[in-house]
Design a protein around this ligand. Structure first.
Ligand SMILES: *[C@@H]1O[C@H](CO)[C@@H](O)[C@H](O)[C@H]1NC(C)=O
Ligand SMILES: *[C@@H]1O[C@H](CO)[C@@H](O)[C@H](O)[C@H]1NC(C)=O
Ligand SMILES: *[C@H]1O[C@H](CO)[C@@H](O)[C@H](O)[C@H]1NC(C)=O
Ligand SMILES: CC(=O)N[C@H]1CO[C@H](CO)[C@@H](O)[C@@H]1O
Ligand SMILES: [Zn+2]
Length: 432
């Protein structure tokens, strides 16, 4: 219900933004000159060719002008020669494609824009489709925020209790609305709790398969975290576990951790530490540009060497601690003290400055401002973003009648984003 409503509002926002952007653009845009005076008026709208910019100009009653480059229209022709509807894929052969294709005429017929190309090809776009794919910046940004990456909201130790989203295991398994809400909250806050999960080692798999499938690593699919002697990973000790992201030594680091608490320790320890490192990184960026620079520019070697069930592995991945994407926004965090290689393949003069920046970073991620402790209860699944949060664990002691037992598994963000979009689309078409 909430979902349906918010999607309706979103669709409306997209339309409004497109209209507003169109109005803003039309004030500054070069007025389109119709080519060879061809221009057809219609009650739905009108279209013209602008030979100066090589664009089709579309005017609709409510939303002023939208512009579409000739080359893009030709490349995105929806006819059965150019587009295969069943696979929703473009099939135009780029080897014979002419990037200088020009229309000879364009007209609006009912709710369609009909284009004759000089080479004789014919395109027929629905106006709705053109609106959905328009080049207005506001509309593009809204689309990216709803379909590509949802906006993230950071939290601190002070706000954690208020934001921590909780869901019931049986709801998430049964209801698409709950599944969607859990995933959206996970994407937004980077953390959420699923309660009342069955005390079973297959629970993690059932949850992961609601979304997609468990992401396999060299530790297997689902893994048990229990103190064990002669271990291959420091996580399998009962000592303090420092704040880290899991598997920074993977080129494709798993996106989300699922930790299911089957048995919690009766001792004081065993709490998890959690830090929203996106909040920390944004803060460092603001207060200490030099450290931020070192943390985003210095490439660190992360590694893992060992064996699990007789399978030997030697993983290496090189990446800075804070990774920005192409738009300069903080995209992911790579950090693990035990899993940092002694090979540090950077210029020698960059070594000490990196340690200084790391010192600053560590002070912040462990500080009372940013770091929270959370002791999972039996039956809870702690789910969190492994490319955004750092997590750790306080040391504990197993006693005769309580052996702490947590079962973990990973999901990849690619699969989660895909599930979110599919659920959203299913509801959109259901609502209309
Ligand atoms: C464009 O496509 C629509 C829907 O298939 C069709 O009704 C319309 O006649 C077509 N227009 C032209 C001019 O081919
Ligand atoms: C960079 O990351 C931000 C935040 O996730 C996202 O909104 C933006 O679309 C990303 N930009 C690119 C070019 O991937
Ligand atoms: C979409 O909305 C319908 C009610 O209109 C609801 O039954 C369904 O579960 C919803 N699906 C999702 C994915 O939220
Ligand atoms: C920008 C960058 O290099 N990011 C990397 C951080 O580390 C993860 C895995 O460790 C890689 O998947 C990213 O490419
Ligand atoms: Zn075509």
């Amino acid at each position: 219900m909430v979902l349906v409503r918010s999607l309706g509002v979103l669709a409306l926002q997209v339309q409004r933004a497109a209209a507003a952007a169109a109005r803003a653009v039309s004030r500054t845009a070069v007025q389109a000159k119709p080519l060879r005076q061809q221009r057809w008026a219609s009650t739905v709208g009108e279209a013209a060719l602008c030979s100066k910019t090589d664009m089709v100009v579309l005017r609709l009653p409510q939303s002023d002008e939208m512009r579409f480059p000739f080359v893009w229209l030709r490349d995105n022709c929806q006819c059965s020669d150019c587009f295969h509807p069943d696979s929703q894929s473009r099939t135009i052969d780029l080897q014979t494609f002419d990037i200088n294709s020009k229309p000879s005429e364009v007209k609006v017929v009912n709710d369609f824009v009909h284009i004759n190309w000089l080479d004789g090809h014919i395109s027929n776009f629905s106006i709705k489709w053109l609106q959905e794919h328009c080049f207005q910046r506001d509309a593009q940004h809204l689309w990216l925020k709803s379909m590509y990456r949802l906006p993230r909201k950071t939290w601190t130790a002070q706000t954690f209790e208020n934001i921590l989203p909780r869901f019931q295991f049986c709801d998430v398994l049964r209801s698409d609305v709950s599944l969607y809400n859990w995933l959206v909250n996970l994407a937004t806050f980077g953390v959420s709790i699923i309660e009342n999960a069955p005390s079973d080692t297959t629970t993690i798999r059932n949850l992961a398969e609601r979304v997609a499938f468990i992401r396999r690593t060299h530790y297997g699919e689902e893994f048990s975290v229990r103190a064990k002697p002669g271990t291959t990973n420091v996580a399998y000790l009962s000592a303090n576990l420092q704040l880290h992201t899991d598997l920074p030594y993977y080129n494709y680091k798993p996106g989300v951790n699922l930790l299911h608490c089957l048995v919690q320790t009766e001792s004081d320890g065993g709490s998890n530490l959690l830090t929203d490192t996106l909040a920390v990184a944004e803060w460092i960026k603001k207060v200490d540009a030099k450290s931020y620079q070192a943390l985003t520019q210095t490439i660190v070697d992360w590694n893992d060497i060992g064996q699990e069930n007789g399978n030997h592995f030697h993983s290496i991945h090189r990446a800075p601690v804070i990774c920005e994407n192409r738009s300069g926004e903080i995209e992911r965090i790579n950090f693990s003290q035990p899993q940092r290689d002694s090979h540090f393949n950077i210029p020698i003069e960059d070594v000490k400055p990196w340690y200084q920046a790391m010192d600053r970073f560590i002070a912040a991620v462990y500080s009372n401002d940013f770091c929270v402790t959370y002791k999972m209860k039996e039956g809870e699944i702690l789910t969190f973003d492994n490319i955004r949060l750092l997590h750790g664990r306080k040391k504990y002691e197993d006693t005769g009648n309580s052996i702490r037992h947590v079962v973990g598994g990973y999901l990849d963000w690619d699969e989660i984003w895909s599930r979110i979009r599919v659920l959203k689309k299913a509801n959109n078409s259901g609502a209309s």
